[in-house]
Design a protein around this ligand. Structure first.
Ligand SMILES: CCCCCCCCCCCCCCCC(=O)SCCNC(=O)CCNC(=O)[C@H](O)C(C)(C)COP(=O)(O)OP(=O)(O)OC[C@H]1O[C@@H](n2cnc3c(N)ncnc32)[C@H](O)[C@@H]1OP(=O)(O)O
Length: 161
């Protein structure tokens, strides 16, 4: 996909998304949500009111200590979920700062529920938070991040020359 096609597909994704809708992946090879990335998490995310929700099971590709998800893999999923809030706020932004609290080990092969929301927006700054819970509702991890809105030309930096 060249730059123009990529840009067109991204603009299409920013159309208003109905409550309950499954939101589109950032792109097909995104580490968090791209369906065509064999190393990725293949996150599936829905809009729930002013939040975005996902259910996720970490597997052997994400192992840190035996049987337990790597903290970086957990951070990846939380960061990517934040990237879905951009469909609600309506424009591209990137992570400037990310803080993760690991409340308890994330066990491979276990279902977790994630939710993220915008706390506040100040100019280009978007303050967001997320939590990840087990099916009983106990908190296993939470995250807070600052996203900064960017012009689409930001993504030109990664385009093949
Ligand atoms: C061809 C097109 C295709 C499009 C296709 C799109 C695909 C879209 C995929 C998305 C997928 C998402 C997936 C998950 C999200 C990632 O993973 S995003 C990837 C990881 N993040 C990055 O790569 C970002 C790397 N960092 C940067 O590029 C630059 O630092 C940034 C974020 C653009 C900011 O640069 P900058 O604009 O020069 O920022 P700067 O002027 O220093 O600061 C701006 C303001 O923020 C304030 N600020 C900065 N840091 C802080 C802080 N920690 N606390 C408080 N204030 C702060 C500054 O004081 C300043 O305030 P003002 O002076 O304006 O009042």
């Amino acid at each position: 996909m060249n730059r123009e096609e990529f840009l067109a597909s991204w603009n299409e994704k920013f159309r208003p998304q109905e409550d309950g809708a499954q939101l589109p992946p950032h792109h097909h090879h995104c580490l968090g949500c791209g369906p065509d990335n064999p190393h990725g998490h293949h996150l599936t995310v829905h809009r729930r009111g002013e939040e975005v929700h996902a259910t996720h099971i970490f597997d052997e590709r994400h192992v840190g200590a035996p049987g337990i998800a790597h903290g970086g893999a957990v951070a990846t999923v939380l960061d990517d979920l934040f990237g879905y809030l951009l469909y609600l706020t309506g424009g591209p932004a990137v992570t400037r700062q990310l803080e993760v609290l690991y409340a308890s080990p994330v066990i491979l092969g276990t279902t977790y529920r994630l939710a993220a929301r915008v706390l506040r927006a100040e100019g280009r700054k978007l303050y967001v938070e997320a939590d990840m819970r087990d099916v009983e509702g106990s908190l296993v991890a939470s995250a807070a991040a600052l996203f900064l809105s960017v012009d689409v030309t930001h993504f030109d930096q990664g385009m093949p020359r």
